[in-house]
Design a binder for this molecule. Structure first.
Ligand code: M6R
Length: 604
């Protein structure tokens, strides 16, 4: 997602800002920009696409001495990836960069427009700089104006602002989005959204806390807490290892990505929910006209999220859906009719089997849609329409946050289609939207849960196999839990519909058969419980994941009491991901690069 850098000092500011942005490329972006203030004049450069375009635009620019500057890589949310929407954003004599979302931007924008302020972009960010300049006119002091502005913003942000009224100062504020500052031996200051741009520049850094705001000049760094009291910076040594810096203190990328799910899901939802409807600016409703079936096609984890879509679409959008494993579909001469919307799902957008099915569907004249995490990937370029999942770059081979964001997109999309097809009432859609907003809260990893999974994992390192079982939409989650475990632990695991165990697999039941049972309170609780009891009666070792105490289980992982089965889904997702992670760690395996697997499978 978006990245921020800033610099104040006498070194080559262009190089520092551009190389800082380069280090943030891994977060994903679709445009970038820098603003440098030197001798009272701004130099601004913005470019759509990769940083090489920005480098090209800045090739003739050189700074000559002391300067302050800010830079940004933008992952489009409010408004398309254009130069006008790229940061930094200009007021009359100030520039701002921002990560996050200003939730009350529409109201602030209206008030400013009513006073005659002209907006150039479609972003929420632009209100910050205009609000600052309005306050500056009123208060005649830049810091007072900045503090007032920060107090007027609602939402999540990391902000850097530079202004001609204080040409040797960078103003900053942080709430909910990461940001840190480093100072080098010459007392030059560096800002960034994560450690990596500062490695090699500074030996120690201060990580801002939520609510922090303030300013830095060549002489001083002033930090204030949310309540306005001044506090000292807490500088800590900066690791000089880039790989470990990218892991942000986590042992593995997979672990970091499990923890990131709450925030990336917020990004997935950002700008796409109103009180009463789901908004996909990137879609045209026409895509769904004349459609009598939606066919989902994918591989691996993406196939599991597609299976969750299968349940959601039939339940909410009341449309006939079907599901295809891409590697099977492409060789079975499938019947493809033009009233089918063909939806491919892929984290990478490059998986050969899935890409081929998309080509087949296009050739057969079907309308096509891709749900993907990588903009400009082959599938995004080929499909008629694309929804980006906004999970940020996923490095662990075992997919986690990609799955979480795919399911979130599908839940939203099922409501979007439900509205078009009139299959849910306005109240039902509004209720579902309210639930969607709660997903980030239910995907936060707590220390208590993680510690529990670390302890529990030692009991599950052997045996002759695992069955992950669940019903309805918990069946694809069971499949996904089993896939995660086998990918990184190399233990045999299967996902099974809970009600199907009695038709064969129950023959395997004994104490060395481990059953991981997904037992949601709000969906088929009694039915699934009976299936678990059948296994318990045959002495299978059972780990139940539920909000409800279950006395026939050997192990029990309690999730919080949720309002709805989809929220239970996300809580259980975190549990099965952590369980796999910790089993793999105990077995001494390479969690991020498991044997025989590749992140993107571009061969058939
Ligand atoms: O990039 P894609 O989503 O198309 O990849 C599909 C599968 O190769 C992928 O999900 C794979 O199963 C992962 N290793 C799962 O963790």
């Amino acid at each position: 997602m978006c990245g921020i850098v800033g610099y104040l000092g006498k070194k080559n500011i262009k190089e520092i800002l551009l190389s800082g942005l380069k280090e943030l490329e891994y977060r994903g972006y679709d445009s970038a920009g820098i603003a440098v203030l030197e001798d009272g004049n701004f130099s601004i450069y913005k470019a759509v696409g990769k940083l090489v375009n920005l480098e090209e635009k800045t090739k003739d620019y050189e700074s000559h001495g002391f300067a302050v500057g800010i830079g940004h890589t933008r992952w489009a949310t409010h408004g398309k990836p254009t130069e006008l929407n790229a940061h930094p954003h200009l007021g009359e004599s100030s520039y701002v960069v921002h990560n996050g979302i200003i939730e009350n931007y529409a109201q602030l924008k209206k008030e400013l427009q009513d006073k005659g302020v002209v907006f150039l972009s479609q972003t929420d960010t632009e209100v910050i700089v205009h609000q600052f300049e309005k306050n500056l006119k009123l208060l005649k002091n830049s810091f007072d104006a900045f503090s007032k502005t920060v107090g007027e913003l609602q939402g999540a942000y990391a902000i850097l602002l530079v202004t001609k009224s204080e040409p040797d100062t960078i103003f900053f504020a942080k709430q909910g989005s990461p940001m840190l500052i480093g100072v080098d031996e010459q007392n030059d200051s560096y800002f960034a959204s994560s450690d990596t741009p500062l490695i090699g520049q500074c030996n120690s850094v201060n990580y801002f806390e939520d609510g922090d705001f303030g300013y830095v000049t060549p002489k001083k760094l002033m930090i204030f807490s949310a309540n306005g009291t001044q506090r000292d910076a807490k500088f800590v040594p900066l690791s000089q290892n880039k790989l470990s810096a990218q892991k942000d203190g986590f042992r593995f990328f997979m672990e970091k990505e499990i923890y990131e799910q709450s925030s990336v899901i917020s990004d997935t939802l950002m700008g796409r929910l109103s009180e009463s409807e789901v908004i996909f600016e990137e879609l045209n409703e026409n895509l769904f006209y004349g459609i009598s079936e939606i066919k989902f096609c994918a591989c691996g984890t993406s196939y599991h999220s597609a299976m969750s879509a299968f349940y959601l679409f039939e339940r909410y959008a009341k449309v006939k859906t079907s599901l295809e494993v891409a590697s099977e579909f492409r060789y079975r001469n499938p019947i493809m009719s033009k009233d089918t919307l063909f939806v491919v799902i892929s984290q990478s957008g490059e998986t050969a089997d899935t890409l081929e099915t998309l080509k087949m569907a296009k050739k057969a004249g079907l309308k096509t849609l891709v749900i993907c995490n990588v903009d400009n990937s082959s599938m995004v370029r080929l499909a008629d329409a694309a929804i980006l999942t906004r999970a940020g770059i996923e490095k662990g081979v075992a997919s986690t946050k990609a799955f979480a964001t795919q399911v979130t997109v599908f839940w939203m999309l099922s409501l979007y289609v439900a509205k078009i097809r009139n299959s849910l009432s306005g109240t039902d859609i509004a209720n579902q939207i309210a639930l969607l907003r709660e997903v980030p809260k239910h995907t936060k990893v707590t220390e208590v849960l993680h510690e529990k999974m670390k302890r529990l994992s030692k009991r599950y390192l052997h045996g002759h196999g695992f069955f992950f079982i669940g019903r309805d939409i918990f069946y694809p989650l069971a499949l996904e839990g089993a896939l995660k475990l086998k990918e990184i632990s190399y233990l045999h695991a299967e996902g099974y519909p809970a009600g199907e165990m009695k038709h064969g697999p129950i023959a395997l039941a004994d104490p060395e058969l481990f059953t991981i049972a997904l037992l949601p309170q709000h969906l088929h609780y009694e039915k699934t419980k009976s299936n678990v009891e059948e296994l318990s009666a045959r002495d299978s070792t059972i780990c139940v994941i539920s909000s409800e105490e279950f006395d026939k289980a050997d192990d029990f992982v309690q999730i919080s009491s949720c309002k709805h089965y989809m929220l239970e889904f996300y809580e259980m997702m975190i549990v099965v991901q952590l369980l796999s992670l910790e089993i793999s760690v105990r077995l001494g395996n390479d969690v991020d690069m498991p044997r025989n697997l590749a992140k993107s499978v571009t061969v058939e």
